[in-house]
Design a protein around this ligand. Structure first.
Ligand code: HEC
Length: 135
């Protein structure tokens, strides 16, 4: 029984991209401009333009390069993994889970607390009649 597209992504495609492609194509090390850790990154593509065309594996460079054994550069994907990638794209390239599976390194990123704009603070009320009471 064929896996639903969503399951195909979670069980086959995300692990494939993570293990075989993301070391060179992630938001911090975008070889050829490509980030494979999010659907948006794949759609935006790299130097050669969009690399994912949902529904059309033949027009998706992510698949073309895998099928032509150009990517990954060191070791070609097992045929079953390349085939799963083709099926996933042709089924519409559904993404599930976090927008990007890239794991930030342990360092201050844009979401670090010190880089956030200050939020209005509530000033503790002081009892005007007994200003020293808190001592
Ligand atoms: C060891 C590093 C490395 C790994 C792993 C790797 N790539 Fe690449 N990739 C590159 C380099 C370097 C280029 C640019 C050179 C080229 O186009 O041949 C590139 C280019 C590409 C491009 C063209 C991007 C563009 O639009 O210019 C695609 C698509 C691509 N890779 C897909 C993949 C996929 C899919 C995988 C995993 C199956 C993968 N790559 C794994 C290094 C890597």
């Amino acid at each position: 029984m064929p896996l639903r597209a969503q399951d195909l992504f979670a069980e086959r495609i995300r692990p494939l991209l993570e293990k075989r492609c993301a070391s060179c194509h992630n938001p911090e090390a975008k070889m050829s401009g490509l980030d494979v850790t999010s659907r948006e990154g794949l759609m935006r593509g790299g130097k050669q333009g969009a690399d994912l065309v949902p529904g059309k594996s033949a027009e998706s460079r992510v698949y073309q390069f895998v099928a032509a054994r150009k990517m990954p550069p060191t070791e070609a994907l097992p045929a079953a993994e390349a085939e799963a990638l083709r099926q996933w794209i042709d089924a519409g390239a559904a993404w599930s889970g976090p927008e990007s599976f890239h794991k930030q390194r342990a360092r201050a990123g844009a979401d670090w607390w010190a880089l956030q704009p200050p939020k209005p603070q509530t000033v503790p009320a002081i009892d005007a009649a007994n200003p020293d009471e808190s001592r």
